[in-house]
Design a protein around this ligand. Structure first.
Ligand SMILES: [Zn+2]
Ligand SMILES: [Zn+2]
Length: 135
Protein backbone atom coordinates (compact mmCIF):
# COMPACT_ATOMS: atom_id res chain seq x y z
CA UNK A 1 0.00 0.00 0.00
CA UNK A 2 1.22 3.41 -0.82
CA UNK A 3 -0.12 6.46 0.83
CA UNK A 4 -1.25 9.34 -1.22
CA UNK A 5 1.33 12.04 -0.97
CA UNK A 6 0.66 15.72 -0.95
CA UNK A 7 1.47 17.62 -4.11
CA UNK A 8 2.18 20.70 -2.12
CA UNK A 9 2.41 21.69 1.48
CA UNK A 10 -0.71 23.79 0.94
CA UNK A 11 -2.69 20.54 1.15
CA UNK A 12 -1.28 19.83 4.55
CA UNK A 13 -1.91 20.86 8.09
CA UNK A 14 1.55 19.58 8.87
CA UNK A 15 4.50 18.67 6.71
CA UNK A 16 8.01 17.83 7.71
CA UNK A 17 11.04 16.20 6.18
CA UNK A 18 13.79 15.27 8.53
CA UNK A 19 16.52 12.97 9.74
CA UNK A 20 15.63 10.50 12.45
CA UNK A 21 18.80 9.13 13.96
CA UNK A 22 20.53 7.38 11.06
CA UNK A 23 17.34 7.21 9.07
CA UNK A 24 14.95 9.77 7.78
CA UNK A 25 11.26 10.44 7.55
CA UNK A 26 8.80 12.53 5.65
CA UNK A 27 5.64 13.24 7.58
CA UNK A 28 2.47 14.80 6.37
CA UNK A 29 -1.05 15.39 7.56
CA UNK A 30 -3.72 16.26 5.03
CA UNK A 31 -6.21 18.99 5.63
CA UNK A 32 -9.67 17.71 6.27
CA UNK A 33 -12.63 18.39 4.08
CA UNK A 34 -15.28 20.64 5.52
CA UNK A 35 -17.87 18.39 7.21
CA UNK A 36 -20.59 20.95 6.54
CA UNK A 37 -20.41 21.77 2.84
CA UNK A 38 -17.80 19.23 1.59
CA UNK A 39 -16.70 21.80 -0.96
CA UNK A 40 -13.37 22.77 0.44
CA UNK A 41 -10.65 21.81 2.84
CA UNK A 42 -10.60 23.35 6.24
CA UNK A 43 -7.58 25.49 6.91
CA UNK A 44 -6.29 28.16 9.17
CA UNK A 45 -8.07 31.44 8.63
CA UNK A 46 -6.54 33.90 6.23
CA UNK A 47 -6.02 37.49 7.14
CA UNK A 48 -8.26 39.50 4.83
CA UNK A 49 -5.86 42.43 4.77
CA UNK A 50 -2.55 40.71 4.14
CA UNK A 51 -3.77 37.50 2.49
CA UNK A 52 -1.51 35.53 4.78
CA UNK A 53 -2.55 32.49 6.76
CA UNK A 54 -2.89 33.14 10.44
CA UNK A 55 -0.57 30.40 11.61
CA UNK A 56 -1.24 31.01 15.25
CA UNK A 57 -5.00 30.89 14.93
CA UNK A 58 -6.75 28.63 17.39
CA UNK A 59 -9.30 27.47 14.88
CA UNK A 60 -9.71 26.11 11.39
CA UNK A 61 -12.14 27.63 8.96
CA UNK A 62 -13.81 26.43 5.77
CA UNK A 63 -13.04 28.99 3.04
CA UNK A 64 -16.35 28.17 1.32
CA UNK A 65 -18.97 28.28 4.03
CA UNK A 66 -17.11 29.71 6.99
CA UNK A 67 -17.67 26.68 9.20
CA UNK A 68 -15.25 26.87 12.09
CA UNK A 69 -13.76 24.13 14.24
CA UNK A 70 -11.53 24.56 17.21
CA UNK A 71 -7.93 23.63 16.48
CA UNK A 72 -7.72 20.85 19.05
CA UNK A 73 -10.92 19.22 17.93
CA UNK A 74 -9.94 19.41 14.29
CA UNK A 75 -6.46 18.06 14.75
CA UNK A 76 -7.65 15.21 16.98
CA UNK A 77 -9.44 13.65 14.03
CA UNK A 78 -6.49 13.77 11.66
CA UNK A 79 -4.06 11.05 10.67
CA UNK A 80 -0.36 11.59 10.25
CA UNK A 81 1.38 9.66 7.48
CA UNK A 82 5.03 8.86 7.42
CA UNK A 83 7.38 7.56 4.77
CA UNK A 84 10.56 6.51 6.45
CA UNK A 85 13.95 4.95 6.27
CA UNK A 86 14.22 3.13 9.57
CA UNK A 87 17.01 4.41 11.82
CA UNK A 88 17.58 0.87 13.10
CA UNK A 89 17.21 -1.63 10.27
CA UNK A 90 17.43 0.87 7.39
CA UNK A 91 14.42 -0.60 5.67
CA UNK A 92 12.06 1.75 3.91
CA UNK A 93 8.41 1.78 4.64
CA UNK A 94 5.30 3.71 5.46
CA UNK A 95 3.36 4.10 8.65
CA UNK A 96 0.49 6.07 10.00
CA UNK A 97 -0.49 7.32 13.42
CA UNK A 98 -3.08 9.62 14.92
CA UNK A 99 -1.96 13.22 14.58
CA UNK A 100 -1.53 13.71 18.25
CA UNK A 101 1.59 14.94 19.88
CA UNK A 102 2.40 12.81 22.89
CA UNK A 103 4.89 13.91 25.43
CA UNK A 104 7.76 11.42 25.39
CA UNK A 105 10.81 12.24 27.48
CA UNK A 106 9.48 15.73 27.94
CA UNK A 107 9.26 16.44 24.21
CA UNK A 108 6.15 16.59 22.09
CA UNK A 109 6.39 13.65 19.75
CA UNK A 110 4.47 11.74 17.15
CA UNK A 111 5.62 8.14 17.32
CA UNK A 112 5.62 5.81 14.36
CA UNK A 113 6.93 2.28 14.38
CA UNK A 114 9.04 0.56 11.77
CA UNK A 115 7.01 -2.21 10.20
CA UNK A 116 10.08 -4.39 9.78
CA UNK A 117 11.78 -4.22 13.14
CA UNK A 118 9.36 -2.27 15.32
CA UNK A 119 11.85 0.45 16.12
CA UNK A 120 10.41 3.75 17.23
CA UNK A 121 10.51 6.51 14.69
CA UNK A 122 9.93 9.58 16.75
CA UNK A 123 9.05 12.85 15.16
CA UNK A 124 9.58 15.50 17.71
CA UNK A 125 8.14 18.93 17.51
CA UNK A 126 10.75 21.28 16.24
CA UNK A 127 11.86 23.59 18.91
CA UNK A 128 11.46 27.11 17.78
CA UNK A 129 14.14 29.45 18.82
CA UNK A 130 12.81 31.30 21.73
CA UNK A 131 12.66 34.96 21.29
CA UNK A 132 14.09 36.95 24.09
CA UNK A 133 11.25 38.54 25.86
CA UNK A 134 11.69 42.17 26.41
CA UNK A 135 10.68 43.27 29.80
ZN1 LIG B 1 -17.66 24.41 4.35
ZN1 LIG C 1 13.34 -1.01 11.26
Amino acid sequence: MTYKKPESTAECVYFSNRDVGEGSAMIWVFKQECPECHKAKMGKPVDAKTGKVKIRAKEYVCPECGYTVEKQEYEAGLTAYCEYTCPECKSEGEAEAPFKMKTIDGVKTIRFNCKSCGANIDITKKMKKKKQKKK
